[in-house]
Design a protein around this ligand. Structure first.
Ligand code: FES
Length: 170
């Protein structure tokens, strides 16, 4: 009788210990999985590009690198038409923010200031000042990278409200 009671006690204790061990194992496994899903610190650090847009001159695009891709940021100047589905409105000003990789075969289009358009030298593709394809082989507009506005800073690589607004319209 006493032996059986001791045995039951031992089994209960062992069961509780196993439960604790299993729970701890689960926590360790979840932590490991989270570490696997999280980007490496180097990737996270390289994932965004911050650009101070307060000094940009209207009508002249600035080219920056975002995740090793060129991106044009063009503050719209006087007389440049606003494309509500493509242009980011930041502090009352309109900006074109596009990945500068031609949607035909991947060349980098250049800004032509007299024609106020992006022109791709590879096969003659043309995009208007909002990055919409207007001529030649490209079959779609230049891509808009995710961005977030933080005061006068543009953070490429994070999805802010203005980016989400444009994405919902496209
Ligand atoms: S790669 Fe730009 S037009 Fe062909």
């Amino acid at each position: 009788m006493e032996y059986n009671a001791k045995r039951r006690g031992f089994i209960k204790g062992a069961g509780a210990a196993l439960g604790v061990a299993a729970a701890a194992g689960g926590v360790v496994a979840l932590y490991g999985m989270k570490r696997t899903w999280d980007p490496l610190p180097s990737v996270a650090a390289a994932g965004t590009t911050e650009v101070d847009i307060s000094a940009l001159r209207a009508g002249e695009p600035t080219r920056v690198l975002y995740r090793k891709k060129p991106v044009y940021i063009l503050k719209k100047g006087e007389g440049m038409p606003l494309d509500e589905k493509r242009d980011a409105v930041i502090n009352g000003e309109a900006y074109t923010i596009v990945i500068a990789i031609c949607t035909h075969l991947g060349c980098i289009p250049a800004w032509n200031s007299s024609a106020q358009q992006f022109k791709c030298a590879c096969h003659g593709g043309e995009f208007n000042a909002s990055g919409v394809n207007t001529f030649g082989p490209p079959s779609r507009p230049l891509d808009i990278p995710p961005f977030r506005v933080d005061g006068v800073k543009l953070v490429l690589g994070e999805e802010g409200e203005e980016y989400k607004r444009l994405a919902s319209l496209s």
